[in-house]
Design a protein around this ligand. Structure first.
Ligand SMILES: [Zn+2]
Length: 666
């Protein structure tokens, strides 16, 4: 009877105190939690893992993130430093705050123009920069970055905003260049911390921010003003803002011109050029012509694709290719793309309508973005063009186009569920064509391969970007970037958006465009860069703004949560070892031989001797610690067992799995 049992999990007060629902069996393997086992039961379901040699990886320990971006983690690769188990539950709750008050030792700004990148210059993602002059700070973008490999289970990484938090009252404006998550994703976490300053952005961007904010009802409502691409906004006696449209992959992308007494500071945001065979279109010419008469003091521009030579494939080429496929393919089309490629998604819906196909949108982020584009009035189609999945069977296959997310092989995304045959309604056959209209994000090669393999096993024909012009990135290649530099022709230059190496490549391009190397600063996150002597000199101070990573794990935000990360690393490296023992509450003795479950530790079937010794140790330790004590002190027994068993396993295997004893009193 469950109510007669007393369950004692280790690892954190939550579990020590949380009553487990009766009758639930087995470790809850999909629980999105830093605690490896949320429930345990001695019911038959767990069994002894000598009979269950499964070696589970970490992939199943994490569910999808709230954006559906879960996906297989590359567990066990390149970890540094051997982690140790948390000794006391209290430690798990410690959030390590930013260490020293670094920002207080930064010298006063004087007459300089100060530029700090709080994120986005040592990574692709979490873009956030600030430009400060006298009493004014202008913030550019509020991005976040999706988790990195060395932070297992962390959902997002945020820019470190400590510098701004300390200077809240100087923030006059936040300019958001476009609606991609690496530019708006941090908004719900950051705005409240920096005093909810006014946001200036174009229409679609404001709608994207508002949409995201809906998921955070406790956070302040963003205070937003929609700007036109040619607007000028006077911020203070020293600063005004102007905007200019840029070509990217989402409508309403823009750059910002911050006018200062010493010239203008230009930040382009993400951009590429619309062009025909390497000749930018007249729209682009017009757009950049304004800089000819401009005294541009400083340029900050996108480095994401500068390593790639020449010009990127123009989106018009991609559109032509996709249009032909939509027109000519004889069967059903399943088109996988990034939700962030909103302009393309809009085009695809347009083509489908043109050639009489009905569109079914699969994937939460894609649905959300399309809804925003419709709300903005940017996406217009007949009411019956986009249909629900349940209506699919009312049409012949050659009248159907399914627009889906998951082209990176993300585990829980629509495309993978189709490939896995776990999708409820969409079943592939040899008459279907899958178009993967996306590149492979570095690090996702294996999962994309896996996706393609599974799709082709189901007989589907696959078209991907390496065989056909069905994808182009939204970032300028090297020669496009050179063209942009020549047009804007700044005095000083700071490359942004990307890793350090990309910035060095970008610096070479800038020099080719005629910028002196002494006028270029390659930034780090938190580096304090100043334009001094009335706009004559650029320099990086030796002092830094706080730049340690701030992570979002589920719904909690903190600086690196060491203990949680350490547990995840331990799990990835050495796995876990669960012991379930039933203790007779009157005698203190074990009712039967303890059950042992492990994942990612050793292959149990070949470790019978180890298991036998471990069982013996469990019995001996528990019975020794319960001897003579009535009522039995389960906490003590559990801690003693954890220590003894950890030491034993380390001696025998040179591994330190997370040891989780579950004692049941009956
Ligand atoms: Zn972007």
């Amino acid at each position: 009877m469950p109510e007669e049992k007393r369950y004692h999990g280790r690892n954190g007060p939550q579990h020590a105190r949380r009553p487990f629902p009766g009758g639930r069996s087995g470790p809850h393997r999909t629980h999105r939690d830093d605690h490896p086992v949320a429930g345990g039961s001695a019911s038959g379901a767990t069994g002894s893992s000598a009979r269950d040699p499964r070696e589970g990886g970490l992939a199943h320990a994490h569910g999808p993130t709230r954006d559906g971006r879960g996906g297989p983690h590359a567990a066990g690769r390149g970890r540094g430093g051997r982690p140790h188990r948390a000794r006391s539950p209290e430690k798990r709750l410690v959030h390590h705050r930013a260490s020293v008050e670094e920002s207080e030792i930064i010298p006063p700004i004087g007459d300089a123009i100060r530029i700090i990148h709080l994120g986005g210059v040592e990574e692709v993602g979490r873009n956030m920069s600030l430009v400060e002059y006298k009493d004014d700070i202008i913030v550019i973008d509020l991005g976040f970055q999706f988790k990195e490999e060395h932070a297992p289970g962390i959902d997002y990484i945020l820019p470190n905003t400590k510098y701004l938090e300390d200077r809240k009252d100087k923030i006059r404006a936040v300019v958001v260049t476009h609606g991609h998550l690496d530019h708006i994703g941090g908004a719900p976490y950051i705005l409240g911390k920096i005093g909810n300053p006014k946001i200036y952005a174009r229409l679609l961007t404001t709608l994207m921010i508002a949409k995201r904010q809906e998921e955070f009802p406790g956070e302040p409502n963003p205070n937003m003003e929609v700007v036109e691409k040619d607007a000028t906004i006077k911020i203070s006696e020293n600063i005004s803002l102007r905007f200019f449209a840029v070509t990217h992959t989402i409508p309403d992308a823009m750059g910002v011109i911050i006018d200062t007494p010493y010239g203008s500071v230009v930040h382009t945001g993400d951009l590429k050029l619309d062009h025909v065979n390497g000749i930018p279109t007249s729209d682009e010419e017009v757009r950049f012509k304004q800089f000819e008469k401009e005294r541009v003091l400083l340029l900050m521009t996108d480095s994401t694709n500068v390593e790639r030579p020449g010009f990127s494939i123009p989106e018009s080429t991609v559109n032509n290719t996709i249009e032909k496929l939509v027109r000519d393919l004889p069967g059903r089309i399943i088109l996988g793309s990034f939700a962030s490629q909103l302009e393309r998604a809009m085009k695809i819906i347009e083509f489908a309508e043109r050639y009489g196909r009905k569109v079914i949108v699969e994937g939460r982020s894609m649905k959300a973005n399309i809804a925003v584009a419709e709300a903005a009035g940017y996406l217009k189609h007949r009411k019956d063009t986009v249909i629900g999945l349940e209506e699919m069977d009312n049409y012949p296959p050659n009248k159907i186009l399914i627009l889906a997310t998951g082209s990176q092989g993300e585990e829980f995304a629509a495309l993978m569920r189709i490939a896995n045959k776990t999708h409820k309604h969409i079943h592939l056959n040899k008459n279907d064509t899958v178009i993967l209209s996306s590149s492979i994000v570095p690090g996702n090669e294996r999962s994309v391969q896996n996706l393609k393999d599974r799709l082709s096993r189901l007989g589907a024909h696959i078209v991907h970007y390496q065989v056909s012009d069905i994808h182009s990135s939204g970032h300028a290649n090297g020669d496009e970037t050179l063209w942009i530099h020549k047009k804007i022709n700044p005095r000083f230059f700071i490359p942004v958006h990307g890793y350090h190496y990309m910035h060095t490549v970008h610096a070479d391009i800038a020099q080719k465009a005629g910028i002196l190397s002494s006028h270029i600063v390659i930034p780090d996150n938190g580096m304090v860069i100043e334009i001094q002597d009335k706009g004559q000199k650029i320099t990086a101070l030796k002092e830094k703004a706080p730049s340690n990573m701030v992570m979002v794990d589920g719904f909690s935000v903190g600086d690196v949560q060491h203990v949680v990360l350490r547990d995840r690393q331990t799990l990835a490296q050495d796995g876990m070892f669960v012991v379930i023992a039933i203790v007779d509450m009157t005698t203190g003795r074990l009712r039967k031989s303890p059950d042992i479950i492990s994942r990612g530790f050793v292959y149990l079937r070949e470790s019978q001797e180890l298991l036998r010794e471990a069982r013996f140790l469990v019995k001996k330790t528990i019975e020794a610690s319960t001897a003579g004590a009535r009522p039995i002190n389960f906490d003590f027994a559990r801690d003693k067992l954890t220590d003894d068993l950890s030491r034993f396993l380390l001696q025998k295997t040179a591994k330190r799995p997370i040891v989780i004893p579950v004692l049941l009193g009956v």
